[in-house]
Design a protein. Structure first.
Length: 552
């Protein structure tokens, strides 16, 4: 029988060292609305923060469905009209899906940049600055604060009027989407990569018309936001299929269960849209090996894809060196490649060299992100590997477990977890308990958007993990047990004889730094061979907190 160590902690970050000097690489993660670099656009930030923000308050039931309870897309169309219909002045790739949207968008942006195109990209959420949601140029970078501030003042009177005319119902996401689309039109981008927010049919980004759309992409269909999208996988698929437009190609990532794929294909048939299935028999892509560069892993992949029906598309890229790890990221890369090949079929210049370069250049903050040794040392973990990943569903947890097993199959593993209240904590725990080689689990808290009301207390998380481990037949040794107190209570350095193969539960001090240090101390006392792997996960806000601390 295995024994599990769980660590419970409150989360007041007080890292003693600060280090962060990383180039922007499409940081599509979640965080506060502003950062220190956004002082000059404070008025804009305060303006949109005054609007209804469903990322903070939670999405109402049925909000993403095509029903009387759904978001009002007519309101967004009227706003676009008042702004001169900027959505009609650029071509777009539209991406929806439960998971993989941000990664697929990042791959596509880098592919298009590598070919020489100036690209706009709109995505959410963000990690350090709201500017990260709007990328523009070649290379596509977060919109400069000065440019965003200037645009805001140009259209502020229109926004004010629209808020009044819409009886104050315009939301944070709708206004930010309008600002992004106006910027893309103003910058005359060659094309824009647009990530849907919630669902697809009623999402604010779905003002994109058939004439403006190049292709739609649906990455995956999962259970997240089920209440807001109708209560079933089928209703979620129907909502996301709303981005399919007449005679425009549809790229399906997947894989999908048969009934879900049928819903998407039926909608495409009605819209006369050719379908490319990125997870079909023509996809023979594979991860060949893992290597380490500067202490961080990358995977060598063959990206091999061919489809003969509807469209003549093929790629045969061997030994692609990807920093985005895992089978799920390889599938996202194939999905992006399929979308790029659709563009090539339409007459856009997209070379194999650009596809390779785009896949190899793509990084994402907070998603399978391995810190440098210098950053790990700043966290008080010299010599340790530290992985940040915003996984917060059972599907993303499973993908993270697979990535850990692939890249660090024998490393002692310390897991640091904080989660929002509206996530399936038990399902998340089960994936790690059943699949990972756990040594320590640290349960903590972090500032979730929306404040304390959305944050799960660390004690509740701890109890959930204990219950799930007991259900699975895994014994737990925690800090209220005499055995623990004898070895670890009050800083004790008691004997670990007989406990070497157990995972020990303890209550960490008042900061994540102390929790990480406690886990590291336990691993060292157990004298595990090789460097330890510390994984910080459960919420994109965990990555935000770590990176903000390192950035100082």
């Amino acid at each position: 029988m295995r024994f599990l160590r769980l660590i419970s902690s409150s989360a007041a970050f007080s890292l003693r060292k600060s280090f962060y000097n990383k180039q922007w690489f499409l940081p599509f993660t979640q965080g506060p609305s502003s950062s220190a670099g956004d002082v000059e656009m404070r008025e804009f930030v305060e303006y949109i923060d005054s609007l209804k923000n469903y990322e903070k308050s939670g999405v109402p039931k049925g909000a993403g469905t095509d029903s009387d309870d759904g978001f009002d897309l007519g309101r967004m169309r009227r706003l676009m009209g008042r702004l001169g219909n900027p959505d009609s002045r650029f071509k777009a790739l539209h991406i929806a899906g439960t998971k993989g949207k941000g990664s697929t968008a990042a791959f596509l942006v880098n592919i298009l940049n590598a070919e020489g195109y100036a690209v706009g990209c709109y995505t959410s959420p963000h990690i350090l600055s709201i500017r990260e949601r709007i990328l523009v140029g070649n290379p596509a970078k977060p919109v400069p604060a000065e440019k965003l501030n200037c645009l805001f003042h140009q259209i502020k009177d229109i926004l004010d009027e629209s808020i009044v005319l819409e009886n104050g119902r315009l939301s944070h996401f709708e206004v930010l989407t309008a600002v992004a689309f106006r910027l893309f039109a103003q910058e005359n981008v060659d094309m824009a990569v647009i990530e849907a927010g919630l669902g697809g049919a009623r999402d604010a980004t779905n003002v994109i018309s058939s004439s403006g759309l190049l292709a739609s992409v649906i990455t995956t269909i999962g259970e997240e936001h089920m209440d807001a999208l109708g209560g079933s996988l089928e209703s979620i698929a129907m909502a996301k299929s709303g981005i399919i437009k007449h005679s425009r190609p549809l790229v399906l990532g997947g894989p999908f269960v048969p009934q879900i794929e049928r819903i998407l294909r039926d909608k495409a048939s009605v819209m006369n849209s050719p379908v490319v299935l990125a997870s079909g028999a023509g996809n023979r892509s594979v991860i060949k090996s893992i290597c380490f560069v500067d202490g961080r892993p990358c995977q060598f992949c063959d990206v091999v894809f061919e489809v003969e029906r509807d469209l003549q598309l093929s790629s045969n890229l061997l030994d692609v060196k990807m920093s985005m790890l895992g089978d799920h990221q390889l599938q996202n890369a194939v999905t992006a490649t399929c979308a790029a090949l659709c563009l090539r079929d339409m007459g856009w210049t997209i070379s194999d060299r650009s596809i390779r370069a785009g896949l190899e250049r793509t990084h994402l903050l907070g998603r399978s992100q391995f810190l440098t040794f210098t950053e790990a040392e700043a966290l008080g973990l010299p010599g340790a590997a530290v992985l940040l990943d915003g996984a917060h569903t059972k599907e993303s947890a499973r993908a993270l477990v697979d990535t850990i097993k692939m890249a660090f199959p024998d490393a002692p593993l310390a897991l640091v977890v904080a989660m929002a209240r509206d996530k399936d904590h038990a399902a998340f725990a089960k994936e790690f308990l059943s699949g990972a080689r756990l040594e320590v689990v640290v349960l903590t808290e972090v500032n979730i958007a929306g404040g304390i009301a959305r944050t799960t207390p660390s004690t509740l998380l701890r109890d959930c993990w204990i219950q799930e481990s007991e259900r699975m037949g895994i014994a737990v040794l925690h800090d209220k047990m005499p055995e623990y107190q004898e070895s670890f209570g009050d800083g004790s350095e008691g004997s670990l004889i007989g406990m070497e193969d157990r995972v020990i539960l303890t209550a960490a001090d008042s900061s994540l730094a102390d929790a990480l240090h406690a886990a590291n101390r336990i691993l060292k006392r157990k004298a595990r061979k090789g460097p330890a792997l510390h994984v910080v996960t459960g919420s994109l806000h965990m990555a935000t907190s770590v990176l903000l601390s390192l950035r100082g």
